[in-house]
Write a protein that binds this ligand. Structure first.
Ligand code: SF4
Length: 397
């Protein structure tokens, strides 16, 4: 029977979080059956993009990785923390904001995979891809540990231990996944890389407009399991979902990669009802104080474009120019056409996936574009909004 442990933290300090991590792993039987002396153990946090503050539930806090790394080291194996952030995001910047430098100072390796040697990894019977564009380190790892943070996601309902594996493929393939089918795509990664363990950071989780712009949830838990499907099923129940609503978990269970039925999962430690709390879903969020406008994300739009557009809107709010969004239609992802009633001057087409529609609106170059180009695409030639947007280089290639 699959086991999932839930441990309540006694506080938010480094030592308290590390202690909860070690307890959670002990409750599922420790690492003896999966880690051997001399093994390379790749510890994969979620460092998708730099959050405004370190512990807001957007990225995995370093303490969780450190707790795992200490246990791995005690066993005579080599822990390596490795990640590639979302397409177009500088991983080193997230490492810095996340204070992962503290782990480096202790002598542990923290690797930006985007700068590492690439390797192709064969996918047997993949639904979306037959090969992963990954890295030598991922291929060489004896053990992979997924270390997500519990949060909602505007595209996949939640992002947990299986979705977190997308950071183990390089940017071009990440973007392709969003066109071909990200849900089955990440299950292809799970099926191929077979992570042995997940340790989930639910100390400060995130609800609402995840994966970056949501609101922190002070949940105070760590989850661990050697069955990633079971861990994601339990976490989604804690967050107020039926596990089958989370299609990544459902598809992984349908492929026989783990247990989704809560009745067949043994919970160790704290019971679910003691920590359960309904998370606000991304689709239930309105961006406060922003006037009426249309945001059209095609289902093939990558995290890169989605985050950039949302981040650009947040930038406009901070600069008090959000009124310029009124009546606009902002489109990202491979949409075949613009809504017929749209006026050309109100349409903003974000990213190279919609370049073919450039005659129907303002096209913003990039894959993904940067925030400032998106803002400039929205504000157009409004010199009165001043400063940086009016003087930036052109947004169209
Ligand atoms: S333009 Fe955006 S949605 Fe299209 S592939 Fe690039 S990042 Fe993805």
């Amino acid at each position: 029977m699959s086991k999932v442990s839930i441990v309540k933290t006694t506080g938010n300090s480094e030592s308290e979080v590390i202690s909860a991590v070690k307890q959670a792993i002990a409750l599922i039987g420790g690492l003896q059956d999966i880690v051997k002396p001399g093994n390379i153990v790749l510890i994969k946090p979620n460092l998708v993009a730099p959050p405004k503050e370190r512990v807001t539930g957007a990225i995995t806090r370093y303490e969780v990785c450190l707790g795992i790394a200490e246990l791995v080291k005690e066993m005579g194996a080599e822990p390596i923390i490795a990640e590639s952030s979302a397409a177009g995001v500088d991983t080193e910047k997230v490492i810095e904001v996340g204070d992962y430098g503290k782990i480096r100072e202790l002598g542990y390796k923290v690797i930006d995979l985007k700068k590492a040697n690439r390797a192709k990894i064969k996918v047997t019977n993949g639904r979306i891809v037959q090969e992963l564009d990954s890295w030598e380190l991922v291929n060489a790892a004896d053990v992979i540990v997924s270390v997500p943070v519990m949060k909602t996601h505007d595209q996949t309902e939640v992002t947990l231990s299986i979705k977190n594996l997308k950071g183990l493929i390089e940017d071009t393939q990440k973007k392709i996944f969003h066109t071909l089918g990200v849900l089955e795509g990440v299950v292809d990664i799970l099926q191929t890389l077979k992570p042995s363990l997940t340790v989930m950071d639910g100390t400060v989780a995130q609800e609402g407009f995840g994966p970056i712009f949501g609101d922190p949830v002070d949940l105070g838990i760590i989850l661990a399991s050697k069955d990633l499907v079971a861990a994601d099923a339990v976490a989604s129940v804690i967050m107020g979902y039926n596990p089958e609503e989370v299609l990544i978990t459902k598809f992984a269970a349908e492929r026989g990669l783990g247990e989704i039925d809560i009745n067949n999962i043994e919970i160790k430690g704290t019971i679910i009802d003691q920590v359960k709390r309904r998370f606000k879903r991304a689709c239930e969020v309105e961006i406060e104080g922003v006037p009426s406008f249309d945001l059209l994300f095609d289902e093939g739009a990558c995290t890169g474009c989605r985050n950039t557009v949302l981040s650009a809107i947040m930038d406009m709010k901070s600069d008090n120019i959000q009124h310029l969004l009124e009546g606009k239609t902002v489109i990202a992802g491979p949409l075949p056409n613009v809504p017929p009633e749209s006026k050309k001057e109100d349409v903003v087409l974000v990213g190279k996936c919609v370049k073919h529609l450039h005659e129907f609106g303002t096209y913003v170059k990039g894959c993904p574009p940067n925030n400032i180009w998106v803002v400039k695409g929205i504000v157009g030639d409004r010199m009165d909004v001043g400063r940086r947007y009016a003087t930036e280089e052109g947004v169209t290639d």
